[in-house]
Design a protein around this ligand. Structure first.
Ligand code: ATP
Length: 329
């Protein structure tokens, strides 16, 4: 067993929006820490729990049978108070009181901003693990929960296609993505969408109508338009209304997939990703690396400083945009 001196006890927490695979990551953190002879404490409800001193030992046995479950056994929360230094100080004092030497924080860029603030204020070390269904984080090809969310959306789109086909309907399917269109783009391609509307690309309703008319002339019996919730022309309801006025060829319906996209058992890919990143985060702390996000790039584990990981976003792949356009024409 590898021995280390500095880090004797680490904390692990989940924060921000929950994502399937967070439990698998918690398990990997605890089991890896145990392997190195490090004790793990679980912090409940993210930074809110840290402020309220909701933390206790999380032994290896307590993370059994969670690998396959969605959600997070540690719960998650958003904490307005943590934006203020006085509350971060309270949280820091609780970490010290409980003799926690370092943290693994699982969440999105907001979570990493919080951990970075804790480091800037009190030099408290953390490693971040990307856990968000949106896959919009810089410094990693994939985030925990993304693959599961994609599979959930595809399953829903396939079902919607059946009913769309039966009734000659055009469906606007809204998927999650307030600021990012990764879920919409992938599922739009995989679900054979007529059009994919995402925040990263300007939406033109007239162009959309022309695309739909082309399909109609080719005698398409039904249609699917995938809309990311943060599209610049509005959500699926707003865009469907605008289209309805000028395009009367189909019966138009809207389906908002909503929170089902967050839940469910993590896919095999998410479980493996979460396990690798959870282990990698503990490895990083053992190697005295901190104030960084761990990620995966070209199948390799990489570390990106928090200030960089929170400054930039992952870019949409133009090749996929082009592919979607060609295949729907
Ligand atoms: P998701 O991508 O799913 O929304 P997230 O981690 O980005 O996840 P946020 O709500 O943005 O979710 O951030 C989680 C928490 O991190 C916030 O509720 C807040 O407590 C803390 N946080 C975010 N930004 C900062 C900041 N600049 N300073 C201190 N704490 C922050």
């Amino acid at each position: 067993m590898k021995k280390i001196n500095e880090v004797k006890r680490i904390g692990v927490m989940t924060s921000g929006g929950d994502a399937p695979g967070m439990n698998a990551c918690i398990r990997a953190v605890v089991r890896t820490a145990t392997y190195y002879g490090i004790e793990t404490w679980g912090v409940r409800r993210g930074y809110e729990g840290m402020i309220e001193n909701e933390m206790e030992e999380l032994p290896s046995g307590d993370v059994g049978n969670i690998l396959q479950r969605g959600g997070t056994m540690l719960r998650s929360a958003r904490s307005k108070r943590f934006h203020e230094k006085e509350w971060r100080q309270k949280a820091f004092l609780h970490l010290k009181e409980n003799k926690i030497d370092a943290l693994v924080v699982i969440g999105g860029d907001g979570t990493f901003r919080g951990a970075h603030a804790l480091y800037k204020d009190f030099k408290f070390p953390s490693v971040g693990v990307p856990g968000t269904i949106d896959n919009d984080l810089f410094g990693t090809d994939l985030t925990i929960g993304y693959d599961t969310a994609l599979n959930t959306v595809i399953d829903a789109i396939d079902k919607i296609r059946d009913t769309a086909d039966a009734h000659n309907r055009l469906f606007f399917v809204e998927v999650m993505g307030r600021d990012a269109g990764f879920i919409a783009l992938r599922t739009g391609i995989a679900g054979g969408a007529e059009s994919i509307l995402i925040p990263e690309a300007k939406t033109n309703v007239n162009t959309l109508i022309r695309t739909l008319e082309t399909g109609f002339r080719r005698k398409k019996q039904f249609g699917i338009v995938v809309v990311a919730e943060g599209d610049d022309e509005g959500g699926a309801f707003a865009i469907a209304e605008k289209v309805k006025e000028k395009f009367t060829s189909y019966d138009i319906r809207v389906s908002i997939l909503g929170h089902i996209q967050r839940g469910g058992n993590p896919s095999c890919q998410d479980r493996v990703l979460a396990s690798r990143l959870g282990k990698g985060a503990v490895d990083a702390l053992v190697d005295k690396k901190h104030d960084v996000m761990i990620g995966i790039q070209n199948k390799n584990i990489v570390l990106t400083p928090f200030d960089k990981a929170t400054k930039y976003h992952q870019e949409i792949d133009p090749e996929l945009m082009h592919l979607a356009e060609i295949l729907s024409s």
